[in-house]
Write a protein that binds this ligand. Structure first.
Ligand SMILES: [Mg+2]
Length: 405
């Protein structure tokens, strides 16, 4: 029996989050932008899309098409937070999920859909849960692999649900333009067009040698894709984490200590928060530094106690940084926590102080969970709230996104 893979894709994600956060923006044409003077549109609401506004346009172009459009500067923290909530929701339906990007999750529900009657019931339940808890519409595509699940969700947008099962694949693919397939960009499309191949049906019937002549080893995979086949497994989110880490590439390289420290605190908070959410405490703190010339190194310190306290992680990361003689400006900074376990021995700090800190952290997490953004934060991160580059839609919570199939 073939697998049942779901692609849950949030509709107009950044714009929807902003509309949800601010009622004044609801049902209005809005566009989310970066903070810089020459920024472009990252995402626009469906109300703005009706005027022809598209991702990648300049604000001037958008305004010409839709004079009353409202521009909103993007806020990465909100989007990352909602992505975390979406992850939590998806994990209720199956442990086998892959966070593909900030607003797309793949789920393998082959082993769990029967609990909901059938796959469509399960997909409906996910849609409803996302809407009820996050107040955002999503589209769910379903298919025997991620290529088809992704296609189904693209075809069903917005607020849709579509299932392309194995039997339906040949008829859907026969006249489907190759460009519609995930992983086939304009460049590949053009090369295929030069060979007289326009549809997936044609691609699937093309002999492999003709394709390998043009695309090398990818030829075989392209032919398979034309037939709707793709055997890339999901990159699962594993609860048995070996480490919890976050890293940021800065919009511009950083050199000054007073610019670097708040970033380090922000990363430590992200790590601490995630560790607390999943109940992990770690003893090893690792700092990753990438210089402007891409030279990268890591240094770690092992603590005497297990912790998930933001301040503890931050102080440790900072002590590592202080011990490094920075030679060049920094392009990327990463903090991670590992060597998980429980505290057995008594700590060096007095107990009352520990309890107070734990209560403070819990209170912060509760408020942040409730209001969907970092309303409460450590004082020195506040200075860098503004002007941080908008997160790329390719962002994913763990590691580097693979852009190729
Ligand atoms: Mg989306």
């Amino acid at each position: 029996m073939s697998k049942i893979i779901l692609c849950v894709d949030m509709d107009a994600f950044f714009a929807s989050v902003e509309q949800q956060a601010n009622p004044a923006l609801r049902d209005k044409p809005i566009a989310v932008t970066g903070a810089g003077a020459r920024t472009i549109i990252t995402t626009s609401s469906y109300e703005a899309r009706a005027y022809g506004v598209k991702t990648g346009m300049t604000l001037h172009e958008a305004k010409k098409l839709c004079p009353h459009i409202i521009f909103v500067i993007g806020d990465n923290k909100k989007y990352a937070y909602i992505c975390g909530r979406l992850e939590e929701i998806c994990l209720r339906f199956t442990p086998d999920i892959e966070i593909y990007s900030i607003d797309e999750v793949f789920l393998d529900v082959t082993g769990s859909y029967h609990l909901y009657g059938n796959p469509e019931e399960l997909a409906q339940t996910i849609k409803k849960t996302v809407k009820d808890e996050l107040y955002i519409n999503c589209t769910v595509g379903m298919g025997p692999n991620i290529l088809i699940a992704k296609l189904a969700s693209d075809l069903a947008k917005p607020d849709g649900l579509r299932w392309i099962d194995e039997a339906a694949v040949p008829s859907v693919f026969e006249n489907l333009p190759v460009k519609k397939l995930w992983g086939i960009g304009s460049h590949t499309e053009e090369k295929l067009q030069d060979m007289g191949i326009r549809t997936c049906g044609e691609l699937g019937r093309t002999p492999i040698p003709l394709l390998t002549e043009k695309f090398g080893i990818l030829g075989g995979r392209l032919k398979a894709m034309g037939k709707g086949m793709l055997d890339r497994p999901l990159e699962l989110v594993t609860p048995e984490a070996k480490s919890i880490g976050h890293s940021t590439t800065f919009p511009r390289d950083l050199w000054k200590q007073e610019e670097i420290e708040p970033q380090l605190l922000r990363l430590s908070e992200m790590v601490g928060r995630r560790a607390r959410r999943y109940g992990y405490k770690g003893r090893k703190v690792t700092l990753t530094v990438r210089y402007a010339d891409f030279k990268t190194f890591t240094k770690q310190v092992t603590l005497t106690v297990y912790t998930n306290d933001t301040n503890e992680i931050y102080r440790t990361a900072l002590s590592i940084l202080d011990g490094i003689h920075l030679k060049k400006s920094i392009r990327l900074l990463g903090v991670s926590l590992s060597s998980f376990g429980r505290n057995e021995q008594l700590t060096l700090f007095d107990e009352a102080n520990q309890k107070e800190r734990a209560a403070l952290l819990r209170a912060m997490d509760t408020v942040n969970d409730k209001y969907g953004e970092y309303k409460l934060t450590w004082a020195s991160t506040a200075a860098e709230e503004k002007g941080h580059g908008v997160i790329s839609p390719a962002w994913r919570p763990s590691g580097i996104r693979k852009s190729d199939l």
